[in-house]
Design a protein around this ligand. Sequence first.
Ligand code: PLP
Length: 375
Amino acid sequence: MSRIYLSPPHLGGRERELLAEALESNWIAPLGPHVDAFEAELAAACGVGHAAALSSGTAALHLALLLAGVEPGDEVWCSDLTFVASANAAVYCGARPVFVDADPTTWTIDPALVAEELGRAARAGRLPRALIAVDLYGQCCDYERLAAACAEHGVALIEDAAEALGASYRGRPAGSFGACAVLSFNGNKVITTSGGGALVSDDPELAARARFLASQAREPAPHYEHAALGYNYRLSNLLAAVGRGQLATLGERVAARRRNFAFYRERLGDLPGIAFMPEAGYGEGNRWLTCLLVDPEAFGADREAVRRALEAEDVEARPVWKPMHLQPLYSGSRTLGGAVSERLFALGLCLPSGSSLTEGELDRVARIVRRCHAG
Ligand SMILES: Cc1ncc(COP(=O)(O)O)c(C=O)c1O
């Protein structure tokens, strides 16, 4: 039996053809027609006007903060429960990340806590420059409430939709919230370019500025002229060709991941002590990863015992993200709340969730988890 991975790449039908076309036309790098087309297709998928294709989601986050005017000494508030890249972007700008706890009903940033704490920060005269809201495991944050709180206090809202392409919030696609949003095409995401990302926005100037900064801030001149500090953050034409092939499959990929979730819930939902990540009533997640909580008392085994049982049978599962405030890197950082994300980390497990999983493989995973309960 072969190993079952957490979230491996899943090729569609057209990547090879598009890649071959890029090679044959000699549009290898740096940019080229596939980058332009990929940007147009991404913007359409996110329901916004513009996209800048970049080398990673991390690069997109860095640019998003720079474009929000984040400067050394500023505070940037960020979901506590996330992958470290969300917070690192603040540090790249010389800013201080402040972590905000999760809402137990959605696992995304707690909008009531954000509103309350922004009010308190305003009264103390120390508002953050920006807030990074992470669409966790492919579930959108509560953007109506976050946007209202941020607008009231003049804080830039940035949507980290790295995990959420194909999800929606009140009928609007992930990637369409805040001043701009960030996507990732890292190898484990719903679609991949092997490595890559994008900044998407309705603001044409913001997208143009992102492309400019991502190309070493090269001014339009025949020689190399630079007035601003830039970065080498653009996506190559070859990878954009792969991305176009992948993006064409997005609907099917999301449907497959949601099917994985439904299968696991059907097979494991009756077990005592097992609770799946809830779906917020305001939208439809892409179920990038199927996550569940294992209550050791009720289930009879803890999260790590389940993970180890899976690993012993060559099945890759991972604990839910370790909250930023527990990371040694961020041990001194200010945290607003934190108990919810600590509990989700202590009990949470991500099951194999790739869109190419067969029913036989899903069944293999479910049987191992069930067996942990039986003892
Ligand atoms: C929430 C979140 N933000 C940012 C990133 C960074 O994206 P990338 O790996 O493309 O730099 C990731 C994943 O990798 C992520 O899961």
